[in-house]
Design a protein around this ligand. Sequence first.
Ligand SMILES: *[C@@H]1O[C@H](CO)[C@@H](O)[C@H](O)[C@H]1NC(C)=O
Ligand SMILES: *[C@@H]1O[C@H](CO)[C@@H](O)[C@H](O)[C@H]1NC(C)=O
Length: 250
Amino acid sequence: MYCTIGLLSLLALGCSAAPTDKNYFADLPKCSTEEDQLGECVKQLFNTLTPRLKDGNPELRIEPYEPLHLNRTSFQYSSGTVNGRITVRNAKIYGFSSNRAKEVSVKLNGDKVKLRLVTQMPKLNIVGSYKADMQVNQLQLKPKGEFNVTLLDVEAITVTDGEVYEKDGHRFFRLKNIDSKPKIKDLVIKANGIFADPELDKIALNVANQYWRDIYGIMLPETRQFWQPLMLRMFNEAFELVPIDQFLKE
Ligand SMILES: *[C@@H]1O[C@H](CO)[C@@H](O)[C@H](O)[C@H]1NC(C)=O
Ligand SMILES: *[C@@H]1O[C@H](CO)[C@@H](O)[C@H](O)[C@H]1NC(C)=O
């Protein structure tokens, strides 16, 4: 029953922690399992741990996550006259350490836990290399270069469900599903290598930046299959290593 609470703290980990160093978490609130207080407590845990863990902690085997490195991802882009495949390599994502929970609600049912989080990030910046194979009208393009994309005011509603289980006399939490819907206020795309001529690049980017809502609307579902399982895996890797007992009031 108590189990549920600690899990949320772990939501903030995002990386792998070792069997716990009690002192590292000693100043954190202990949560009661009353549903009406639990959400607020988990929010505090999230908002304390997120910035604290950004540079990682070798003792706890927590990896730094600011920036977050992504080796490679590839997705389809199709919209009207533009069709093709985009591959992104060596991407670095900056901004998750400023992610803050605004609202958290938790529902407990035995060992089953449902969480709903509203989080806000002022800015998310993704830089990396890209390669694409695109058909634009009758034109075949194979652009290749560097990109720098900035998302402003990212607000996400994330719904998850998970369960508490026991191992070696401790309680742990794992997520079974995660569903995140991020909304943004603005998107700024910078890239080179779209055309051989940098002036044409500038024109293409101007157009792209005017249509950022359309681009975002296409990229978000196309890339979801990639980032949603990644989120789930990252959280579960962390949860697996940190028992939640220490975050529970007993
Ligand atoms: C990313 O690529 C590097 C070098 O190719 C490799 O050593 C590393 O294991 C990869 N990381 C992941 C998470 O796949
Ligand atoms: C990417 O663009 C942002 C916003 O324009 C800027 O602050 C940042 O320094 C740029 N990063 C790189 C690696 O160019």
